[in-house]
Design a protein. Structure first.
Length: 296
């Protein structure tokens, strides 16, 4: 099936080595194509289905090349920012574990996101650990609308109140219409319930303009029970040696732990680099099990 283009397609320039921000996920390249990479060591083959329609009714499928270490990767010429995609494994089709946005939630298709943003906080000095007045904020209940846009409008009142640092409760996408965020399953995808990823960036940019720092609550000790597809890509994302208070513990020190560690380290860096956050608050660190010499 031929994929219909959402944008005009210009002639392809010569092939080049992909430039990536993250080790996995879908990333737009300088030539406008999209490079896909995913860790699925037990899959005999992986391909990606891409289409303009969120339901992928118009999708075309492209095989990825197997790399060392269980990764599968490839550049797709016809893929563009804003298109939707799923990875195709022998067991079925699943959203990207490193999806930057899930417009229809954890069970829907992933959307290709270009993270470039017109930041205005180049002079922001960052924050220190001392002397902060921290306001813990749940975006879904902070305003009646429960969105980044509506929360952004109230930031001046927090600055006037004397708040210096906002701690945003977890935003990794989760199933359902509402939640506190501690059962997130798409760790790279700010939940669609609060708006677009750029709305989050605009929220941080405005906070910095008002002298407010922003840190994000992240959950690296477990994943939610609904919408978590990591085991389809590799069961060794999870540990058989430990059991957390909320279910399966993550594999930070067992067989094939290196790609799992890479996944979570990349996630921490992602929030800082692509959303200009000033830091992270790690949830329940006593449930992050790791007996290796270098703790995650």
């Amino acid at each position: 099936m031929m994929i219909r283009s959402c944008d005009s397609v210009s002639p392809a320039p010569p092939m080049f080595a992909p430039r990536r921000r993250l080790p996995i996920g879908a990333e737009v390249q300088e030539n406008g194509h999209v490079h896909f990479r995913v860790w699925a060591p037990q899959a005999g083959g992986v391909s990606v289905r891409i289409g303009c329609d969120p339901n992928l009714d118009d999708a075309a499928e492209f095989p990825l090349e197997a790399e060392r270490g269980g990764y599968h990767a490839g550049e797709v010429e016809l893929a563009r920012t804003g298109m939707h995609y799923r990875f195709v494994l022998p067991t079925g089709e699943f959203p990207d574990p490193a999806s930057r946005f899930q417009p229809d939630g954890p069970h829907g298709a992933s959307r290709i996101i270009e993270p470039e943003f017109a930041w205005t906080d180049g002079g922001w000095p960052g924050v220190s650990a001392d002397g902060q007045v921290i306001y813990e904020m749940h975006i879904g209940t902070f305003t009646r609308e429960g969105t980044w846009v509506s929360a952004e409008a109230l930031l001046p009142s927090l600055a006037d109140l004397g708040i210096t640092l906002l701690e945003v409760m977890p935003v990794a996408d989760f199933p359902g219409r509402c939640g506190w965020g501690y059962d997130g399953v798409n760790l790279f995808a700010p939940t669609h319930l609060y708006g677009q990823p750029d709305d989050f960036r605009r929220f941080v940019d405005r906070a910095h303009a008002l002298g407010l720092g922003v840190i994000l609550d992240v959950v690296y000790n477990h994943l939610g029970p609904d919408g978590n597809h990591l085991s389809e890509f590799c069961p060794r994302y999870f540990s058989e040696r430990y059991h957390s208070d909320w279910g399966e513990a993550l594999n930070f020190d067992g067989a094939d732990a290196a790609p799992v560690r890479e996944f979570f380290i990349a996630n921490a860096a992602y929030w800082i680099r692509e959303f200009h956050l000033d830091g992270l608050r790690l949830d329940a660190t006593q449930q992050i099990f790791d007996s290796s010499d270098c703790h995650i």
